[in-house]
Design a protein around this ligand. Structure first.
Ligand SMILES: Nc1nc2c(c(=O)[nH]1)N[C@H]1C(S)=C(S)[C@@H](COP(=O)(O)O)O[C@H]1N2
Ligand SMILES: [Mo]
Length: 401
């Protein structure tokens, strides 16, 4: 699996040959026009009006319940701007005043607690950069590969979360012997609930109030949400108002009829919390267009709910051979990991894909392997390899189109 990386100088030489990057007569005059006085300062930042990337919102029966997808085809680096974080709500976004919000910790505990946001913010804080992915991300791929990366793989985002360790609060409350589950409940209209094994809660669960350097956005769970690193989005209960210690799971809607997988033998897999390794090429990807032959940087995102991305392998010949992509450092466990590979498009059709291998040795499967293992009844937990076809004219479509 030998691989060579084109040097920066080679890339420059290539783009120069194609006519890009060459200073044209008159260009220096154009730069001078920027000397006129610019816009005044503002109290809260906006992006450039030239930037157009937006979330795609899937039609649903009511506008309050639904999903939106991050434009990962335009993402740079590994952090998703809060304004473009994907959203998934089952009962709309509640408006919660943090000065009256409380979190209760009760059930099988020695000392039930009722905490204000001020109480929570006084505790020692923890900050972690993590990926969050809906268990239903890429659901459509089970039936047929979809046309673009935003709608097929866009229910994934990366943020820096700040909050307090749940383990610490559980110590404070004193877990009674025999307790083995924590039932988390949201304050939204549907009172979304999930049962979390006590082991996870004691290991690395966070009660987050910060996202990307400021208070988290209302859509992400303001003022408080549960973050279970590496676990399907649904287990990260937003607008968190209650944690109840029990000796059995609640068997809530979202852990029985939803976010479970009906297997070929008619049995259902439930409580499959951990998201397995996954990756996708975001450039070039479906719907994009390469202006012509030449050297490009092929890039995408990889992640694993089980820890670090160990490597990402890329094929440009439909899976015949694979080569290692460069991984952006620092790599963080359970976080979006950017991969890059210089690639020369020679004007002939190329079928490209990426596959992620995580630190446990788990290899992202092909769609065929996934279907062979899980059948075709599944909706959730799709992490198959995604192939794009770069046509000779530079247009990019999904394989299957
Ligand atoms: N209270 C509450 N928590 C919730 C949900 C919800 O509807 N209500 N949706 C869940 C689902 S299905 C996902 S994928 C994530 C989405 O988080 P995000 O909207 O911040 O991306 O939140 C989870 N937590
Ligand atoms: Mo979800």
């Amino acid at each position: 699996m030998g691989h060579r990386h084109a040097s920066r100088r080679q890339i420059l030489r290539w783009s120069m040959a194609a006519g890009a990057g060459v200073l044209a007569a008159g260009e220096t005059d154009a730069a001078a026009s920027a000397r006129t006085l610019g816009a005044p300062l503002g109290p809260y930042g906006e992006r450039s009006p030239f930037e157009k990337g937006i979330r795609f919102t899937r039609e649903s029966r009511t506008p309050e319940t639904g999903s939106s997808f991050t434009p990962i085809q335009e993402s740079l680096g590994t952090i998703t701007p809060s304004a473009l974080h994907y959203e998934r709500h089952h009962g709309g976004i509640p408006s919660i005043d943090p000065s009256v919000h409380r979190l209760v910790i009760h059930g099988m505990v020695e000392r039930p607690l009722s905490l204000s946001m001020a109480d929570i913010r006084r505790l020692p804080s923890v900050t972690r950069t993590l990926v969050l992915e809906c268990g239903g991300n890429s659901a459509g791929e089970w039936a047929a590969p979809g046309p673009d990366v935003q709608r097929t793989y866009g229910m994934v985002s990366g943020s820096e979360w700040t909050g307090v360790s749940l383990a610490r609060l559980l110590e404070e409350a004193g877990v009674r012997p025999g307790a083995s589950w924590v039932i988390a409940e949201g304050a939204d209209a549907c009172r979304m609930m999930r049962s979390i094994p006590l082991g996870k809660a004691r290991q690395d669960s966070l009660l987050a109030y910060g996202q990307n350097g400021e208070a988290m956005r209302p859509a992400q769970g303001y003022p408080l949400r549960l973050i279970n690193p590496g676990w399907e989005g649904n287990a990260n209960v937003k607008w968190l108002q209650s944690l109840r210690l029990t000796d059995q799971p609640y068997m809530a809607r979202d852990e029985t009829s939803k976010y479970s997988d009906l297997m070929p033998d008619g049995k259902t897999r439930i409580f499959t919390f951990e998201m397995e390794a996954k990756s996708v090429i975001t450039f070039p990807s479906g719907g994009q267009m390469l202006p012509g032959p030449g050297l490009y940087e092929l890039t995408g995102l990889a992640w694993s709910g089980q820890g670090l991305v160990d490597r990402v392998e890329v094929t440009v010949n439909g899976g015949e051979t694979w080569q290692r992509a460069l991984l952006q450092e620092p790599r963080l466990p359970i976080a979006l990991t950017r991969f890059r590979l210089p690639w020369r498009f020679d004007g002939r059709e190329a079928v490209i894909a990426s596959r992620c291998v995580d630190e446990t040795g788990y290899v992202q499967p092909t769609r065929e392997a996934l279907i062979a293992a899980r059948g075709t009844n599944s909706i959730y937990h799709y992490n198959g390899i995604k192939f794009w076809r770069v046509r000779g004219d530079g247009t990019v479509v999904h394989v299957g189109a």
